[in-house]
Design a protein around this ligand. Structure first.
Ligand SMILES: O=P(O)(O)OC[C@H]1O[C@H](OP(=O)(O)OP(=O)(O)O)[C@H](O)[C@@H]1O
Length: 169
């Protein structure tokens, strides 16, 4: 397997361009990033898209259905959505979508705040082949079904670490 050589800035530019051209998009669009990687991606996208409103941030750890088995990270922080979600079109952003469970948890949490008109899903990396729920990104910058793990580190500098999954070595 060839390790992909990904340029983070180009991927973010591509993702921002695709969202900008979508019919639903305006500078008043509302964006939510999922801690931690998704928050960094959402901040980078919001800057490129020159959004009028600050991004919301969710930490869906409490909502994950594997919370009991995986435990809770010591770094869980409160969620913060600085605007009313009711009837909004929300762009939900994460760095990686793999099983889909994090996105499922995030959507549950969003509905606790109100009933959005629509949720659009954008991610940097669509890790395909391991989906456990019928959740697909509307926008992604890079997709792969290879046995790779992606870890976004940031916020500044923002970098993407790519590792081969151990059980395939
Ligand atoms: O589709 P899933 O199988 O749920 O996986 C995707 C999630 O996994 C990673 O988060 P992680 O728990 O590693 O936290 P991080 O954002 O702090 O890296 C990634 O950032 C996504 O949020």
């Amino acid at each position: 397997m060839i390790m992909p050589n990904l340029d983070l800035d180009s991927l973010l530019d591509q993702l921002a361009d695709a969202i900008r051209q979508a019919p639903f998009f305006s500078a008043d669009s509302k964006m939510i990033g999922l801690r931690t990687g998704g928050e960094y991606i959402a901040l980078a996208l919001a800057e490129r898209l020159q959004l009028n409103e600050a991004i919301g941030v969710l930490d869906s750890s409490f909502y994950r259905d594997d919370f009991a088995t995986s435990g809770l990270s010591a770094q869980v922080q409160p969620s913060n959505i600085p605007w009313d979600v009711q009837d909004q079109t929300i762009i939900l952003v994460d760095d990686v979508v793999h099983t889909g469970r994090t996105i499922r948890a995030a959507m549950n949490e969003i509905f606790d705040y109100g009933r959005p008109a629509r949720i659009i899903l954008a991610c940097l990396i669509d890790r395909q082949g391991g989906r456990e729920l019928p959740i697909q990104p509307d926008f992604y910058a890079y997709a792969t079904a290879d046995a790779l793990r992606f870890k976004l580190q940031g916020p500044s500098p923002l970098s993407l670490r790519i590792e081969l999954l151990e059980d395939t070595l």
